[in-house]
Ligand binder design. Structure first.
Ligand code: NAP
Length: 294
């Protein structure tokens, strides 16, 4: 696991979330101070200022966010408060104390119409409110800080026994059903949270701040992922039925594609992200602990 040169202490917001659950394991050479909503609400400016001043970290790993895309669409005040105002507070604290910032963003900043995976230079144009707040937060960081890493991740994989996202949900559904439906007309890139943090560590070590895409390689639909989960877990009796996204109407609009290419990481020779199938296999067999073959 990566050692980040000279950084001995990392302050983490949103530390009990999916990505946060891997921080201590990956950055095991540093002292990781994990905070969550209960002990550090990022919407409370004074608390954020005090936390950064008091702990004097070498890096703030800002993971706290309103991540429920559909709730963000209907509860816009909450989404804006957490994703924009909360990030603004973290940025101010980093600026005042000269601390490096890592912020996770998303492919939801794009409109989804590009046939090929998105690269960093592509024009943004979010379709849903979550994407709008993430893009606004990116802008605040880029305009106010110099020492920052904005990392756009794909569909996150992780959480182990507490996995409540797509992979965990599908794996559990497969265990309890002979047939499941999976959408085959929306595309994205998987991002195993553990891979993302390891690659982030190497990027920080290199010291080239800026905007990066960081996803496991490959452009996949939920249907492709479901087929691969079935294959990895040996759930041979389960039928996976491809369906259109219109079968599962959702409050927040999604573009056709949220797939990304790690173009800037490649340019600097740091694209250590693996193929999505290898990452998914590693996750399901060595980390996820919900379903076994039947
Ligand atoms: N999940 C994905 O597919 C995905 C994809 C691309 C990028 N990202 C980004 O990656 C980052 C981490 O995502 P994740 O999947 O780890 O999300 P997650 O599992 O939803 O974790 C987010 C954490 O933030 C906390 N939080 C929410 N509001 C807060 C507040 N006001 N103050 C402090 N903490 C607060 C949550 O606490 P509670 O649970 O108590 O509310 C939760 O622990 C986020 O920036 C997200 O936008 C995620």
């Amino acid at each position: 696991m990566p050692k980040i040169n000279s950084i001995t202490r990392i302050l983490v917001t949103g530390g009990s979330g999916m990505v946060g659950s891997y921080v201590k394991q990956v950055f095991n050479d540093a002292e990781c101070i994990l905070t969550d909503l209960a002990d550090l609400n990022i919407c409370d400016r004074d608390s954020v200022m005090i936390a950064v001043e008091k702990t004097s970290p070498g890096l703030v790993l800002h993971l706290a966010a309103a991540t429920d895309v559909d709730r963000c669409e209907t509860d816009r005040d909450w989404a804006r408060k957490v994703n924009v105002t909360g990030t603004e507070n973290v940025v101010s604290a980093c600026k005042n104390n000269g601390v490096k910032l890592v912020f996770l963003s998303s492919a939801a900043v794009f409109d989804g119409s590009k046939p090929l995976p998105y690269i960093e230079a592509d024009k943004t144009g979010p379709l849903n409110f979550y994407g709008k707040t993430k893009l606004e937060a990116e802008g605040i960081i880029a305009s106010r800080l110099k020492d920052y890493f904005i990392i756009r991740a794909g569909w996150m994989v992780g959480g182990g026994g507490k996995d409540v996202k797509f992979v965990g949900k599908i794996a559990r559904m497969m265990a309890g059903s002979n047939s499941i439906k999976a959408v085959n007309d929306k595309f994205g890139s998987l991002t195993y949270a553990k891979d993302l943090l390891a690659c982030t560590g190497k990027l920080i070590e290199r010291g080239s701040p800026g905007l990066y895409h960081m996803a496991n390689h490959g452009m996949v639909s939920r249907y492709d992922i479901a087929l691969e989960i079935k294959n990895i877990l040996g759930l041979n009796k389960v039928e996976i039925v491809p369906v259109s996204s219109s079968v599962f109407p959702l409050p927040a609009p999604r573009g056709r594609s949220e797939a990304m290419e790690n173009s800037r990481l490649k340019e600097i020779g740091l694209d250590g992200m693996r193929n999505w199938k290898d990452a998914l296999r590693d996750y399901l067999l060595n980390d996820y602990s919900g379903v076994s073959a039947k």
